[in-house]
Design a protein around this ligand. Structure first.
Ligand code: ADP
Length: 438
């Protein structure tokens, strides 16, 4: 049995004025495995510790199974917490360490022993029950710590980077085991990590935080395909999404394109509804996001109806074993993730940016004007870019491919996979009001 955990405008300001968590609202369903993801210092641990009752709540409401829990003692919350530094009692055996929470509750000795046996078997450490922690490996010690948390059958597990002190291979194995164990108990789990690969591998849903602010909560697939903003798009996925400065180029009777500086990327014809609307943000500074898999090297296979040509100049090849990463220059400009919204200049309604304009247009979408459809499918000539120094585009290539620095590579870009953000980093295409069906 799990618990439903509901946060409503939960906030934490430390006595020194540090606003570690700002108005986080979120519901974690009974039995769900939710991952809190974000860079170091973004407030993940603070949020987790407020749920555990280890940190006071400055504002907002925490509910466990619908009941307000802001002021409950940790022991009244039916929560087990697992940390990175798993403190085991050094003089106790594995069996005593696992059974400790039950022994404290003065449970019957035989029952405790049976429960410890069963938990140890589940975690594959039943042959280590008589060992003390000093004789166990890091992975075994973490399993004992896990056993101690599981043995109580809590309705909630809160895990704060529980695997970060282990080496990569062990982490990958243990995280799968951890997921299986928590699933088998039916408990609700919140798992904190700064490692996006771990978050994507584990989470039913992933909640991404930045500077104490919740950015997006979604399934791993939806986060990847439809990130709410440029920060989430850049944080999730390896290699990182390519972010380029660009503008919409929409001649009255010509083909709509994205202008990257030295080159334009024509949008496919007929235009998607989403791309048609981009006409209203013509000329506005935008960030264009291209995941490496949206781009392929043009070979003998014909371009699909959605692929459009550009040319990249090889700057650098990174050999990775199973693939190579090709760094290319397009003659454009690489973009950084914009600063958090709160750090921007005050909002000026006289200067509406792309997201505002599109919101307005979508609101009036019933009045949608057919004339926005462009004239025809012709492609403008592809201009090879001037040499830039470092490439602003990273794509995947065959590991054995031999590409010389300076070589021109014909590319095909699938325009259905473009992610377009306004200058503040807010996603404007695909339509952010679209509910992900992922
Ligand atoms: P994360 O878990 O994402 O690394 P934390 O929740 O630990 O982030 O910290 C969020 C912010 O709050 C950081 O800026 C951190 O320095 C600050 N912080 C954490 N604990 C305290 C504290 N006890 N007093 C003051 N500031 C704190």
């Amino acid at each position: 049995m799990g618990s439903t955990i509901t946060l409503h405008d939960l906030a934490k300001t430390y006595p020194n004025g540090q606003r570690a968590v700002r108005q986080v609202s979120l519901t974690v369903q009974d039995g769900e495995f939710l991952v809190l993801l974000g860079p170091s210092g973004c407030g993940k641990s603070t949020l987790l510790r407020m749920i555990a009752g280890l940190e006071t709540i400055s504002g907002g409401e925490l509910r466990l199974n619908g009941e307000i829990a802001n002021h409950l003692q940790p022991s009244e919350r039916d929560i087990a917490m697992i940390f990175q530094s798993f403190a085991l009692y050094p003089n106790m055996t594995t069996a005593q360490n696992i059974g400790f929470p039950l022994a404290v509750q003065k449970q019957d000795h035989d029952q405790v022993s049976a429960r410890v046996q069963s938990v140890a078997r589940m975690l594959g450490i039943d042959h280590l029950l008589d060992q003390t922690p000093g004789r166990l490996s890091g992975g075994e010690r973490q399993r004992v710590a896990m056993g101690r948390a599981v043995v109580r059958r809590p309705s909630v597990f809160l895990m704060d980077e529980p695997l970060s002190s282990l080496d990569t291979r062990l982490r990958t194995r243990l995280r799968t085991e951890m997921l299986a164990v928590t699933r088998s108990t039916g408990a609700t789990t919140i798992y904190v990590t700064h490692d996006q690969a771990e978050a994507m591998a584990l989470g039913d849903r992933v909640a991404v935080m930045r500077d104490g602010i919740l950015q997006q909560v979604d399934t791993p697939r939806a986060l990847y395909a439809l990130p709410a903003n440029a920060f989430v798009a850049s944080f999730v996925g390896t290699p990182r999404i390519n972010l380029l400065h660009g503008t919409v180029f929409a001649p009255v009777d010509g083909v709509m394109a994205l202008n990257f500086g030295a080159q334009k990327l024509t949008l496919s014809y007929p235009l998607t509804h989403d791309h048609q609307m981009l006409r209203v943000v013509q000329g506005q500074p935008l960030l264009i996001g291209l995941r490496p898999e949206a781009i392929r090297i043009a070979d003998k296979a014909h371009a699909t109806a959605f692929e459009r040509a550009m040319t990249g100049v090889v700057e650098h090849t990174e050999f990775q074993g199973h693939e190579a990463l090709l760094h290319l220059s397009l003659g454009g400009q690489r973009a950084d993730v914009p600063a958090p919204l709160s750090d921007h200049a005050p909002y000026n309604p006289a200067r509406r940016n792309a997201a505002d304009l599109l919101r307005e247009l979508r609101r009036r979408t019933g009045l949608f004007d057919r004339r926005l459809t462009p004239a025809g499918p012709t492609q403008p000539p592809v201009q090879p870019p001037a040499r830039q120094g470092i490439g602003e585009l990273v794509i995947r290539d065959e590991p054995g491919a031999l590409n010389r620095r300076g070589q021109h590579i014909p590319l095909l870009i699938d325009v259905r996979n473009l992610l377009i953000f306004d200058e503040r980093g807010e996603r404007i295409s695909p339509d952010p009001t679209r509910v992900p069906d992922l």
